[in-house]
Design a protein around this ligand. Structure first.
Ligand code: PHE
Length: 345
């Protein structure tokens, strides 16, 4: 029996030493020290031995059990350490590897132009106003001196929600709304926003587009203020050597009304394809607020005057960036959008 025990010990120690992983080692533990293992068996069989041999054999079995247990524990410590080491190596990060680029989006070219225009007017002390895109006929037309049946309405056909409600055809209704809300106070606002017209879409027309309205109302607001403002604006947007030209025009809500042209930024006025050989590029419509419009909004035209202007950021973006089709702004082709990398902060 002693010999058997000795053999068992050698065998167990060898298996412990050979175990290559925590799980394998645990199997060895169960096999030798478990309830059904040979050592337990030996202890159980102790009763069959002659009484005088029992203490000696019992002590021997215990020594073997302790030796095996110790060997198991120390091997377990080594294997666990190795497992942790392997995991660390596996999960380690090589901080010297080049980073993966995170693609950063750009602002939409139209957003950039609108923000550039906003920044300019904010720097001149203007506030930003907003109005609804679903608008009342009253604000879109009537309060702007375009009564029902006025022929100038034909220029701005719209999408009607009902007889009296439509998608606004321009941002000018915000003029009327702002004056009504300010109740006679001085006003200096711009209003960027979406507008709608019942047009067939082509390279220069879209049933939905953007406008920026401007309105200044107060005492002693003169045509020269409008001209100076537009001149500064043209230089800011299109270059310091731009000149402006005001041509007579007609809008029912301004009197007098003008169209503003800028000297061509490409050829400087000599004539090229951008200015269609005229040297001038049409940019926006403007004028002095019509007395009827002031009156309807509760202002006294004998005390206050005002100027207004309206421009299309799409047109300005198309000119600035040489975009040949207005539909590019809305069709979200990433190849178009990503050409406008945001360079300034
Ligand atoms: N609302 C006009 C348009 O859409 C533009 C404009 C605005 C003209 C303000 C004069 C003053 O055509």
């Amino acid at each position: 029996m002693e010999q058997q025990l000795q053999q068992l010990k050698e065998e167990a120690l060898k298996k412990i030493q050979d175990a290559q992983g925590v799980k394998e080692l645990n199997d060895v533990r169960v096999a030798y020290l478990g309830k059904k293992g040979p050592i337990t068996d030996l202890l159980k069989g102790m009763g069959k031995l002659p009484a005088e041999e029992r203490p000696k054999m019992g002590a021997l079995v215990n020594v073997v059990r302790e030796t095996v247990t110790e060997a198991l524990e120390s091997r377990m410590a080594v294997l666990e350490e190795a497992a942790i080491q392997a995991q660390l190596e596996n999960e380690s990060i090589d901080v010297t590897l080049p980073g993966r680029p995170a693609p950063a989006g750009n602002h939409h070219p139209l957003t950039r132009v609108v923000e550039e225009i906003e920044d300019f007017f904010i720097s001149m002390g203007y506030e930003i106003a907003e109005g609804p895109e679903v608008e009342k006929d009253y604000y879109n037309f009537e309060a702007l001196n375009l009564p029902k049946g006025h022929p100038a309405r034909d220029m701005q056909d719209s999408f009607y929600i009902s007889e009296d409600v439509l998608l606004r055809t321009h941002t000018s209704p915000v003029q009327a709304r702002t004056m009504e809300a300010k109740k006679g106070e001085a006003i200096k606002i711009i209003c960027p926003g979406k507008v709608y017209r019942r047009d067939n879409d082509d390279a220069t027309h879209s049933h939905q587009f953007t406008q920026i309205e401007g309105l200044v109302v107060g005492e002693n607001i003169r045509m020269s203020d409008l001209k100076g403002t537009l001149d500064l604006f043209a230089k800011k947007m299109f270059g310091a050597d731009r000149e402006i030209r005001l041509r007579p025009s007609f809008f029912p809500f301004t009197e007098p009304s003008v169209e503003m042209d800028i000297s061509c930024f490409k050829c400087g006025g000599a004539g090229c394809n951008v200015c269609k050989k005229t040297g001038w590029i049409e940019i926006l419509g403007a004028g002095m607020v019509h007395p009827n419009v002031l009156k309807m909004a509760g202002y006294d035209p004998s005390v206050v005057t005002g100027f207004a202007f309206g421009m299309g950021p799409e047109r300005i973006a198309m000119l600035k960036y040489g975009v040949e089709d207005i539909r590019h702004f809305y069709t979200n082709d990433i190849r178009f959008i990503s050409q406008f990398n945001r360079t300034e902060a």
